[in-house]
Write a protein that binds this ligand. Structure first.
Ligand SMILES: [Zn+2]
Length: 133
């Protein structure tokens, strides 16, 4: 009879299972799906309206200053539909208004105060349309 009470070594099955994972790990590192120690897959390019990451790279920390700008599929579609994107850098909205026809398909950067006024105006319209709060 074998006494394993003091044995803290991994079992043969555990070692065999880990060994079988090695080719997959090697392939993951080769294709870039698995990063190195302390690395995270962080965006290098983000949508300038909604902030969705568009391109990723294994990095230690997010390099905000070097973050490239682009447009995600969803935001590009709304701009192509003739909407105007309004953002204060924190919040964004897509609007369509006759006064903004010249800005159709563009991104407008506004102050936080303007964004709050716009939000209040949009809420007012929604209440008007639905007849309740
Ligand atoms: Zn977007």
């Amino acid at each position: 009879m074998q006494d394993n009470s003091g044995d803290r070594r991994p079992s043969f099955e555990t070692l065999k299972s880990l060994f079988e994972q090695l080719p997959g790990i090697a392939a993951g590192i080769a294709t870039g799906k698995i990063g190195g120690k302390g690395l995270k897959q962080l965006p290098t390019k983000a949508c300038k309206i909604c902030g969705t990451g568009l391109e990723y790279k294994w990095q230690q920390k997010l390099e905000i200053g070097s973050l490239g700008e682009g447009l995600c599929e969803s935001c590009a579609k709304q701009l192509n539909d003739g909407m105007v994107a309004v953002t204060d850098g924190q919040v964004y909205a897509f609007i369509r208004h006759p006064d903004l026809n010249a800005k159709s398909g563009q991104v407008m950067c506004v102050t936080t105060k303007t964004m709050m006024l716009l939000k209040a105006k949009m809420h007012e319209k929604k209440v008007e349309k639905n007849g309740h709060n």
